[in-house]
Design a protein around this ligand. Structure first.
Ligand code: NAP
Length: 240
């Protein structure tokens, strides 16, 4: 049997990197991407037979050509995970931070998701995964563009899941909404229920195996998602 093939966009650090390590251990052929060449090369050197990489910035033109090349190096594609993202707080509503957030988490994300979904439609099967966020559920005064960008990702994936169901093809669309994960992105001091990166990666791969449409990391963040959806604006504005 040929090994399964996965691409993880944004695998140089954090959740994406830990997921890449897990899939390597599971004997997958793994395609990794990111901007930091030395980190991509470091992983490739450790697992030269199993890993292929492509260095590119998802906010710049050319992402799709890089992905197509990676698919041909892997000789196929079963799963694509979009873990690349930025999460800089924007307390002073910096236009620069807003722009980087939208370029990365909305435009870069949508280009890859659109390409991957159509690739799987043509192929007749595949699984598309994004690491959105619990922040998708309501507006946040500390990072308005970030929460809006994650709402875009979660809603886009809901649309893709419905599209896949209507097409009646074997395409799974999985949207992950983590709470706080202990990567370098989680910077604030007021964090709670922080999930270590290793554990988050394990829980995410389990949700992928189970072909979930939506999963919260960890499970108890489901309660926060429901609460956030339910609380009235007058309450939200006291702490959002
Ligand atoms: N940490 C949390 O608490 C948390 C909670 C909820 C959701 N998330 C989401 O989880 C995802 C992964 O975050 P993380 O915590 O693992 O953070 P991380 O360690 O900062 O990882 C981010 C990854 O994205 C890549 N990336 C960022 N901008 C890119 C760009 N313009 N082009 C190409 N690659 C880019 C980075 O690679 P290079 O720098 O090498 O390009 C890196 O591999 C993000 O979408 C984030 O919003 C995180």
């Amino acid at each position: 049997m040929t090994a399964s093939k996965i691409i993880i966009v944004g695998a140089t650090s954090g959740i994406g990197r830990k997921m890449a390590e897990l899939y390597i251990r599971r004997d997958y052929k793994v395609g990794i991407t990111g901007r930091r060449l030395e980190l991509l090369e470091e992983i490739k050197q450790q697992f030269p037979q199993q890993v292929e990489f492509a260095r590119f910035d998802i906010t710049q033109p050319g992402s799709i050509a890089h992905l197509e090349m990676l698919v041909s190096k892997l000789d196929g594609l079963d799963i694509l995970v979009i873990s690349a993202g930025t999460g800089e707080p924007s307390k002073e509503l910096s236009r620069e931070i807003d722009k980087t957030t939208i370029d990365t988490n909305v435009n870069g994300f949508a280009e890859i998701a659109n390409w991957a979904f159509n690739f799987f439609v043509k192929q007749g099967f595949g699984q598309l995964v994004t690491i959105s966020s619990i922040a998708a559920n309501r507006g946040n005064s500390q990072a308005p563009a970030y929460s809006a960008s994650k709402a875009f990702q979660s809603i886009y994936f809901e649309g893709l899941a419905i599209k896949a169901a209507k097409l009646k093809k074997d395409i799974i669309v999985t949207c992950i909404e983590p709470g706080f994960v202990g990567s370098k992105m989680a910077k604030s001091d007021n964090l709670f229920w922080v999930v270590p990166v290793d554990k988050a990666a394990r829980l995410i791969t389990r949700a992928i195996d189970k072909k979930k449409r939506k999963a919260y990391i960890s499970k108890r963040w489901w309660i926060i998602a429901k609460l956030l959806r339910w609380i009235p604006y007058q309450v939200l504005k006291k702490f959002g």
